[in-house]
Write a protein that binds this ligand. Sequence first.
Ligand SMILES: NC(=O)c1ccc[n+]([C@@H]2O[C@H](COP(=O)([O-])OP(=O)(O)OC[C@H]3O[C@@H](n4cnc5c(N)ncnc54)[C@H](O)[C@@H]3O)[C@@H](O)[C@H]2O)c1
Length: 313
Amino acid sequence: MNILITGGAGFIGSNLALALQKQALNRFGSGQGYNLIIIDNLSSGNLENLKEYKGNFIRGDVSKKESFTQLKKEKFEVIFHQASITDTTYSDDKKMISDNVEGFKNVLNFANDSGARLVYASSAAVYGNGPLPMKENQKLFPLNAYGISKCEADKIVKETIEKKNSQIIGLRYFNVYGPGEEHKGKSASMIWQLSQKIKKGKPLRIFKYGEQSRDHIYVKDIVAANLRAMESNARGIFNVGTGKPTTFNRIIEILNGIFNTHFKPEYFGLPPALAEKYQNHTHADTSFFSKILKWKSRFSIEEGIKDYFSSIK
Ligand SMILES: NC(=O)c1ccc[n+]([C@@H]2O[C@H](COP(=O)([O-])OP(=O)(O)OC[C@H]3O[C@@H](n4cnc5c(N)ncnc54)[C@H](O)[C@@H]3O)[C@@H](O)[C@H]2O)c1
């Protein structure tokens, strides 16, 4: 089976590629099973993430149609689309939207042409500061260009699914954390940011009063949700979170427990320029995904953080 992963040098894409490689080995033995191909322009991804990857790698930009010329020689059964500019503070809003949306359209057309099942990454950013818990059918309020680009892709998918019998499933990831996110710098999870401050003995500065919350989901669960989506024939757009948000104060408590430290948060005011664009809470209503795909996240926040830091010690 030929599988294409766009953005496979990134955090989630590389975890997914390595999990597929492992699944193929377990199911079919060495040299059999999945023929994996990654396409990534390395704009944020890191080849270090793919040290153990044995499939093919193409350096290419999915927002450019010509990048698909080489890929057209293969027939793909499944495409995982993870490629995206993911830095929400990216300075050029127009470029971010056009690259992400053009990239999405090219991948969608390519999937349609090759008859592949498309599993793509959407985001909780589409909900902005909308009502909680966030449900797939509620009104969307993206707060930045990144969220707008994800809304655009989801809109195209809804229209496509209504018109054609395309095999498309969108996964609105909530806040993902886990091994392989270091290269994302300021865009890495709050869990990674705070753990690095603890490691360097720096103050844990967070916005007043640390009661903002995130539905943090461990990358192993995100990978499992993608594999589940690949193997089902469900179509549509689904939240992928844990349904259990955690405050920043609580994350600091958990990290102190893991690292055996006693850091206290230092609170400071949200800069007024940021206030309008800041997402205060994310909280997934996970009932649609669990009803249709019969799947639930496995790791609690405590278990996920423990697994994360034991794996990179
Ligand atoms: N990490 C999260 O918390 C989170 C939450 C919601 C949604 N998502 C989505 O999940 C997907 C993966 O995110 P991630 O956290 O792994 O980020 P990442 O930045 O680590 O990965 C994105 C990858 O896409 C590549 N890329 C970017 N533009 C490209 C292009 N035009 N052509 C080819 N490759 C390109 C980058 O080089 C990178 O390897 C993204 O679509 C992101 O929007 C992530």
